[in-house]
Design a binder for this molecule. Structure first.
Ligand code: SF4
Length: 237
């Protein structure tokens, strides 16, 4: 790994003025190098020393500079007093006080169980801690769920049933030594392109991959084989 030291922005910096971080999009977790000029993000590239992607990226993080600096990006709180009026720009103090007062009113009128948080799967560990502290520690409700859990719930049930583990049992390094991969219910090429690139590398070395699919255009076209699953026969009474 390249030696790194903390930068002013908190991300470890590397040689040549780049800051090292992790892609904010899908769960593959690719390492990125960010370049800035005058505190503005100017370029993003894959981190060649990062073990997940080894310098590769898909298109998504490469478009971060224009996305971060888009003119219509939300950079201030927006508030409205009724649903039929337009949002207005508000100060952070105003927005926080309004949110606190409205949450207080719900708790006073209906109790803490009337409040629920459905939070993003993109949050960091510290963010989850802060939300849970607010909900459970201050408001007194256990109604906190996140997309991180719900979007994986059916997969986790499958993992537990099939492998006895509530997380994916293999690691990326296993791809480099696998002889056969069975892709079930996934379009890895579209959804996790860097994992797919690693599978393609291994395919070039002789890996067999198979992708049973119910059909449709979104299947990994470079799977060694695909087989369609037939609908289950309807039961007769
Ligand atoms: S596959 Fe693409 S979107 Fe996902 S982490 Fe890697 S670079 Fe980001």
């Amino acid at each position: 790994m390249t030696s790194s030291k903390p930068s002013a922005g908190g991300a470890p910096s590397v040689g040549g003025g780049a800051a090292r971080t992790v892609c904010p999009y899908c769960g593959v977790g690719c390492g990125l190098l960010l370049r800035t000029e005058h505190a503005r993000l100017t370029a993003v590239q894959g981190d060649p020393d990062y073990p997940v992607n080894r310098g590769r990226t898909c298109r998504k993080p490469l478009e971060l500079p224009p996305a971060v600096h888009a003119r219509d990006r939300a950079t201030h709180p927006l508030l409205r007093d009724r649903h039929d009026v337009r949002f207005r720009t508000a100060s952070w103090d105003d927005a926080m006080a309004t949110a606190a007062a409205r949450l207080r009113r719900v708790v006073d009128d209906h109790g803490p169980e009337a409040i629920a948080f459905y939070i993003s799967g993109q949050l960091l560990t510290e963010d989850y801690y802060a939300v849970n502290k607010l909900a459970k520690g201050f408001l007194g409700t256990n109604n906190v769920d996140s997309n991180s859990r719900l979007c994986m719930s059916s997969a986790v049930a499958g993992y537990v049933g099939a492998f006895g583990s509530d997380g994916p049992p293999p690691s990326y390094a296993d791809l480099d030594v696998a002889d056969c991969i069975l892709l079930l219910g996934t379009n890895t090429a579209a959804c996790h392109p860097i994992v797919w690139a690693r599978i393609r590398d291994r395919q070039a070395e002789g890996l067999t991959s198979s992708a049973p699919t119910p059909g449709g255009p979104l299947r990994p076209r470079a799977a060694t084989s695909t087989c369609r699953s037939a609908p289950a026969p309807t039961s007769r009474s």
